[in-house]
Design a protein around this ligand. Structure first.
Ligand SMILES: NC(=O)c1ccc[n+]([C@@H]2O[C@H](COP(=O)([O-])OP(=O)(O)OC[C@H]3O[C@@H](n4cnc5c(N)ncnc54)[C@H](O)[C@@H]3O)[C@@H](O)[C@H]2O)c1
Length: 315
């Protein structure tokens, strides 16, 4: 049994990493400031004593050091981040959390001799893809501040792995969704807002022609990629795409939701949003061969879980 500290552990991906580490018998420490995380994502583990919560802001090295000194984690999964829309709204906060915060975590991993660090980068680093499926050697062509912070994170990881021997594995997540997420990412707003609006017979907004595609990965699958890499000594200092290799258009998501709810949406078409790229489709060859990762949750299953969860909470 090892001690695993998860930053952003009350969030979408982080809370699934907590579930899976606990299932494997590890001791989990969740570090989150609840900016976008939800207590209900982790309350079961806190109540049962299987996880400990440290409410800290990773932008403060004092707080990060406090948590590391107290718990002495052997493994760290770093998922805390300001998401794309809030990064535009609060650019200094994005730098504090995504860049300074990430450096604070890497430095603490160095100071406290952490064995392995996994963390969340993003497909945003690629921008609008020049070829499909996108492989890890696709050039960076980021267009957002959020994407810029992810490129900075990758560079920080590489530098400290080289000079300070902090071993990491980074994941360029494609479109990660689940019923546990907040409203931080553009397309997750689409998911939640659409389900909510159609269920309540309200109009939905379609951005552009609806032909933009996403490579949708359920958060439990993205979490599994982290868990596989954390405890695999053979894989280190690499970045991997986390996707499915399948594209789903906004229009297809809409008709899936309509079918599952048994209702037809009233659609208002507006101009597309700059946060949506035209296509997302990941090559998953590298992660399949090196980590043994394959996605397991289909878009149909994931959307059904999402809807069931929202209906249970009486959306
Ligand atoms: N969801 C996606 O589609 C997607 C895509 C690409 C990359 N990512 C990356 O994956 C990681 C996890 O994303 P997610 O979907 O779970 O998002 P999320 O917002 O659900 O989780 C992030 C968590 O970090 C916490 N947090 C934010 N700022 C913090 C701070 N300063 N100190 C401590 N905690 C803080 C939030 O409260 C939240 O619980 C992030 O790095 C994100 O950028 C996600």
């Amino acid at each position: 049994m090892s001690k695993v500290l998860i930053t952003g552990g009350a969030g979408n991906i982080g809370s699934f990493i907590a579930d899976q580490c606990i299932e494997l018998g590890h001791e989990v420490i969740i570090a989150d400031n609840f900016y976008n995380g939800k207590y209900r994502n982790i309350s079961g583990h806190l109540d049962s004593g299987k996880a400990t919560l440290e409410t800290i802001d990773i932008g403060s090295y004092e707080m990060v050091k406090y948590a590391f000194e107290k718990h002495r984690p052997e493994y760290v999964s770093h998922q805390a981040s300001l998401m794309i829309l809030d990064s535009d709204k609060f650019p200094h906060k994005a730098i504090d959390t995504n860049i300074t915060g990430t450096f604070n975590i890497i430095q603490a991993c160095y100071e406290f001799g952490v064995k392995k660090l996994t963390y969340g980068s993003s497909a945003s680093v690629y921008g609008n893809p020049r070829f499909i499926p996108v492989t890890e050697d696709h050039p960076f062509d980021n267009q957002t501040l959020y994407g810029a912070t992810k490129i900075a994170k990758e560079a920080l990881m590489q530098s400290w792995a080289y000079t300070h021997k902090v071993p990491y594995v980074g994941f360029r997540y494609f479109n990660i969704y689940s019923e546990r997420q907040g409203l931080g990412a553009f397309y997750t707003q689409v998911f939640q807002k659409w389900i909510h609006a159609i269920y309540n017979d309200q109009e939905i907004i379609m951005y552009g022609d609806g032909g933009q595609t996403l490579d949708l990965v359920h958060s439990s699958d993205a979490a599994r990629a982290n868990v596989l890499a954390l405890f695999n000594d053979k894989v280190k200092n690499e970045h991997f795409n986390v996707g499915t290799g399948k594209e789903t258009s906004l229009k297809e998501i809409l008709s899936l939701i309509e079918n599952l709810l048994g209702k037809k949406a009233a659609v208002k078409y507006v101009e597309s949003d700059p946060h949506l790229v035209r296509r997302r489709c990941s090559s998953i060859e590298k992660i399949k061969t090196q980590i043994g990762f394959e996605p397991t949750v289909t878009v149909e299953e994931g959307t059904k879980k999402y809807i069931d969860y929202l209906i249970k909470g009486k959306i």
